[in-house]
Every structure is written in structure tokens, then in C-alpha cells.
Design a protein around this ligand. Structure first.
Ligand code: PLP
Length: 388
């Protein structure tokens, strides 16, 4: 059996895969089983922040693997402590809880908010969390419940109660829900990624900030996809002038190894006390060493590069033949095309470029350091695939 046949026989059929097996890569170029090369504008869904098999990243990971690969949270390890310090220094947050994925980070964020309310009100009276319609927060039973899309609220019930959904284009809807329910938090993505790459407006986030302050609610920002340099700032919320109480992140944090983090601000820094939360693999030293390398490289110069490359893509595609719209922030972009996204993706693949979709859009999430040559070549091919 080849890989595709084995996968069909033995891997649970939860994914609609493209007919493509990736065997290796370097930077923004990946290679399939037949030796064909592709410029990768998807980076494993915003995970490989510095592309495939990046030399600095490999050095950081292998150095740690040669020391020890895992020790459990019963003991101290320096990469975990160093990474928590770096995250707090760069964001002003006070404590970090480490897990392994975006969903787990959001579970941690939800638990922290609920426990804050529990300690404050002595029960479940303020357990409700406002999330946004069209959001995506993960695949566990609770993060599915947090996800504001009806299509995710079936087949696996009963779902975790205590979530209400606001219109992401109308901050008065957040105000209304906050008045109707005793809420502990409001949870947002500043750019709705899986929902179709829709950035929130500043007017909306200002409204959310105001309601949260008035109603004594925590602000949780899900930076699983928007985080770690993706949008042209270290975290997306920084461009909105927000001061979240809790930030969840994952995807690009460790540049290709599983790692999620919950950043806890001053109001919640101590709500997760010993025994209240945990994760066997959380804070794994290899993942943390990888993240130290990734975050250490996301400086002002790199972020300026991200913004310049984003501006180039937006400029090239806006008004191009058969492009209806371009949305997003930084190197997290959605392109609405006249042709179905599926056809554009297939044509790009044929021509040697990998792109993703989000709802009806073609989605781009290239490496933060994609070389200009690769980017220009890939955008030219993408334009061709859209126009044909
Ligand atoms: C991908 C994503 C998640 C889920 O992350 P997993 O690592 O797949 O669990 C949660 N929230 C947002 C905004 C995401 O983009």
C-alpha cells in the first residue's frame, strides 16, 4: 500500500485531504513524493512560522533534544521558565500556562475566566462567556460550544453550557448580551480566521472594551492563529489598542512543534492555583526551546518585513482580474474570487503553489520570512489561477 491507501485504510477519516504527499521542504518550498516543488503559502495553517526545516529552528530543537526531550511538570526545566519569562516581558502579561494546541489553550482560557468568576462570586452565577458569531475556537466539546457557528453545535451534544453569541459587526449586541446575562468574560479573535479572514473593526473592539469595563467582564483574545507575528505585530490585539486579561495562542508559537499557551494578566494571574489545571505534555522542553527561537526572532525588523510583504500581496491582488475582495491583516489574508476557492486551490497546486481556503475564500498564511523571490513568483501564479 502507498501512503494514500494506508491512510484511507487506517487513519480516521476526519480530513478531506488534497491528493498530495509532502516528504520534505526548505524555507518556503516543499517537495512532494514525486519530487515536484511547491511554494508554500499555507505553512501547515500558520504553524511553520519560519518555513520548513529552518536552520536556526533545527539547531534550537536538536540542542534541546540532545539534553532531554520531556520531564513532566513534576520538575523544573529551563526552556519552560525562559519562554514564560519571554512571553511576559514581550506582552506585559503576568503568568503563562502551557498546553499543546489551540483548543487546549482556549480550554485553559475559559477555565481561568470561569474560576475567576467562581472565586469572586462563590458559585456559577457569572459563568456565561460572550463569544462572537462566525468565530472558531477549537474542536473539544467546550471549544465547539464557544465557537459561534451553528454547524458546529450538532452531533456531539450535550455541549458545554454558558456561551452566548454576539454579532461581530455590532458592538451593541455585546452590550445587549452583557445586560441579559451575568457574564464573566467576552472572547474574541481580532481577525476571524476560519470564519473567512474577517478583521474586527476598531469601532467594534472599542465597544467591547467599554462593555467589558462597565460590566466587570474579562477580555479574552484568541490569538491562536493571529499570534506570534502573523498579523504584523507580535499579537494581533496590539494593533487594536486592547489590554486583554487572557490571551490564548498556539499554531505558530513553536514554529512547527505542538505548543499552546494561555497568557494571564494581572486580574487572573493567580486564579489557576496548584491542582486546578494541568497538562502532561504542557511546557515540553523541546517545544519551548523551539518557541524561544521563534519568538526571539520576531523583532521590529521582521514585523516590518511582514507588513511590507502583506502590503505587496494586497496591492497585487486588489482589483486584479476576477478578484472580488481582499481581507485580513498582515500575512493572514483572504481572497474572494469569482471562481470557487476550491478551483483556485487546485489550479495553484497544479502550477506549484500551495494555498488554503477559509469558508468561500482563498486563504494565504505564508512564512513570516518568505523570501521576496518566492513570494513574487507565487503571487504571480495565484493571480493567473484566479484569472483563468
Ligand atoms: C486553529 C484555531 C484553533 C484551534 O487550534 P488547534 O491547535 O487546532 O486546537 C482555535 N482558535 C483559532 C482562532 C484557531 O485559528
Amino acid at each position: 500500500m502507498n501512503t494514500k491507501e494506508k491512510d484511507a485504510a487506517y487513519v480516521a477519516h476526519t480530513y478531506g485531504r488534497f491528493p498530495l504527499e509532502i516528504v520534505s521542504g526548505k524555507g518556503s518550498v516543499v517537495v512532494d513524493e514525486k519530487g515536484k516543488e511547491y511554494i508554500d503559502l499555507g505553512t501547515g495553517i500558520a504553524v511553520n512560522s519560519f518555513g520548513a526545516a529552518d536552520d536556526e529552528w533545527i539547531a534550537a530543537v536538536t540542542a534541546q533534544i540532545h539534553k532531554v526531550q520531556h520531564m513532566s511538570n513534576l520538575y523544573y526545566t529551563s526552556p519552560c521558565a525562559d519562554l514564560a519569562e519571554m512571553l511576559c516581558r514581550k506582552t506585559g502579561m503576568k503568568k503563562v500556562f502551557f498546553g499543546n494546541s489551540g483548543a487546549e489553550a482556549n480550554e485553559g482560557a475559559i477555565k481561568a475566566a470561569r474560576r475567576w468568576a467562581f472565586l469572586k462570586y462563590g458559585g456559577e452565577s457569572h459563568s456565561t462567556i460572550i463569544t462572537l458569531r462566525n468565530s472558531f475556537h477549537g474542536r473539544t466539546v467546550t471549544t465547539l460550544a464557544a465557537t459561534g457557528q451553528e454547524q458546529f453545535h450538532t452531533d456531539f451534544g450535550p455541549f458545554t453550557p454558558g456561551f452566548v453569541y454576539a454579532d461581530p459587526t455590532d458592538c451593541h449586541d455585546v452590550e445587549r448580551l452583557a445586560a441579559e446575562h451575568d457574564c464573566c468574560a467576552v472572547m474574541i479573535e481580532v481577525v476571524q480566521g476560519e470564519g473567512g479572514v474577517y478583521p474586527l473593526t476598531k469601532e467594534f473592539t472599542e465597544g467591547v472594551k467599554k462593555v467589558a469595563a462597565e460590566r466587570d467582564m474579562l477580555l479574552i483574545v484568541d490569538e491562536v492563529q493571529t499570534g506570534n507575528g502573523r498579523t504584523g505585530s507580535l499579537y494581533g490585539y496590539m494593533q487594536y489598542g486592547l489590554e486583554p486579561d487572557i490571551v490564548s495562542t498556539a499554531k505558530g508559537l513553536a514554529g512547527g512543534l505542538p505548543l499552546g499557551a494561555v497568557l494571564l494578566g494581572e486580574r487572573v494571574e493567580n486564579v489557576l492555583s496548584p491542582g486546578t489545571h494541568g497538562s502532561t505534555f504542557g511546557g515540553n522542553p523541546v517545544s519551548c526551546a523551539a518557541a524561544l527561537s521563534v519568538l526571539g526572532r520576531i523583532d521590529d525588523a521582521l514585523l516590518a518585513e511582514v507588513r511590507a510583504k502583506a502590503a505587496y500581496i494586497v496591492d497585487e491582488l486588489t482589483g486584479a482580474p476576477k478578484v472580488k475582495s481582499v481581507s485580513g491583516l498582515g500575512l493572514m489574508l483572504g481572497i474572494e474570487t469569482e471562481k470557487p476557492a476550491k478551483e483556485v486551490i487546485a489550479s495553484c497546486m497544479e502550477k506549484g503553489v500551495l494555498v488554503l481556503s477559509a469558508k468561500n475564500k482563498v486563504r494565504l498564511l505564508p512564512a513570516l520570512n518568505i523570501p521576496w523571490g518566492d513570494l513574487k513568483k507565487a503571487v504571480a501564479i495565484l493571480k493567473e489561477a484566479i484569472a483563468e
